[in-house]
Design a protein around this ligand. Structure first.
Ligand code: SF4
Length: 339
């Protein structure tokens, strides 16, 4: 950690004013908490979380829709993380029906090949998971297979956050995994300092140092502190695959309104695999009813410990909100490392 110590020293020397930096990646929050990075930073530097956990930003309406499909007799396949995320009527864990945890879309397709029943894969994730889903759809899965596309892309959410200005941000640490697929040229449209960072302690510290320097220099560009995995253009084959199969759509995020162009739906030629169209469903908007403040956490306006339910009524064993469910959720991460 000798290199890390040098970077920490350089950060302390470089900081000149109060700064609020947002990251938009659950894995970044996990790495920051695991390595105790906040504890070694100057008090002027605040790192806040954004909408970086794909499970956390899946709104209650999508969970309700998946539960309805299960109640109608479809086999629902999903990642384990999504099982306990609350909808308005409970969670998939408590729902009636045949609901199975799978490791990925390939396992869901295998199930479909061995049954006459309809099989729906709840397809959640940012740009990192979409190319695999697209490749599977291109391989013509069986007719009884479909996906509920809950995919979202990061840049429109950043645009929304910048337009609102409510989190008073000085810059962004960009998500290393997403940028490994997508590159970072899309982020150059934003007039704000940004640095792509990796997930080791030194990666994050270097990203923060570069960001502070950029802010102090009065610049607003995108720099790359993770060149061993990320290029400006990203993985062009994976990107092409993604947009061969999916097209952008407007979609609601948990804690956010509908954000234009922030979702991905299957293109018309693949709509037989689109569970919403196949079963004539729409995603309802559900008003928040609990005291959970996940919506504020996901917009960088609060921290898990600001929530009165944190660690009392809401724990990983009995989560009230999605941020206590997913291993990329801020509340679950803070519960693990901050207690
Ligand atoms: Fe929601 Fe629980 Fe986090 Fe509070 S502690 S914001 S109830 S997930």
């Amino acid at each position: 950690m000798a290199v890390g110590k040098d970077i920490i020293k350089a950060i302390h020397e470089e900081i000149r004013s109060n700064l609020r930096i947002m990251h938009v990646c659950g894995t970044h929050e996990a790495a920051i908490a695991k390595h105790g990075i906040r504890s070694v930073l100057p008090k002027e530097l605040k790192i806040v979380m954004g909408p970086g956990c794909p499970v956390c930003i899946t709104p209650a309406g999508e969970i309700d829709c998946a539960m309805d499909l299960a109640a109608e007799g479809k086999i629902i396949t999903t990642y384990g993380d999504l099982l306990r995320v609350p909808g308005s009527k409970g969670s998939l864990e408590s729902a009636d029906g045949d609901i199975r945890i799978v490791q990925g879309i390939h396992k869901a397709v295998e199930i479909a090949k061995n049954t006459d029943k309809e099989v729906v894969f709840i397809s959640v994730g940012f740009e990192t998971t979409v190319p695999t889903v697209a490749a599977t759809i291109l391989q013509n899965p069986p007719e009884n297979f479909s996906i509920l596309s809950c995919h979202r892309v990061v840049p429109p959410a950043m645009q929304w956050l910048l337009d609102q200005g409510e989190a008073d941000l000085n810059g962004f640490i960009l998500p290393g995994h997403v940028c490994a697929v997508m590159g970072y040229d899309e982020y150059e449209q934003f007039p704000v300092p940004q640095v792509v960072a990796g997930f080791e302690a030194e990666d994050l510290l270097l990203g923060l140092y570069m960001l502070i320097k950029q802010i102090n220099n009065g610049e607003a560009t995108v720099e790359n502190a993770y060149p061993r995995a990320v290029t400006r253009e990203g993985n062009t084959k994976a990107k092409a695959l993604m947009y061969d199969v999916f097209t952008p759509c407007d979609i609601e995020w948990r804690g956010f309104p509908v954000i234009p162009g922030s979702g991905l739906e299957l293109k018309r030629e693949f709509e037989k695999y689109d569970a919403l169209k196949r079963f004539n469903k729409t995603i309802p908007h559900i008003e928040k009813r609990s005291a959970c403040i996940c919506d504020q956490l996901l917009r960088g306006l609060a921290e898990p410990t600001d929530c009165p339910l944190f660690g009392t009524a809401c724990t990983p064993r009995s989560p009230v909100g999605p941020c206590m469910v997913s291993h990329e959720g801020a509340c679950k991460i803070w519960h693990q490392y901050h207690r």
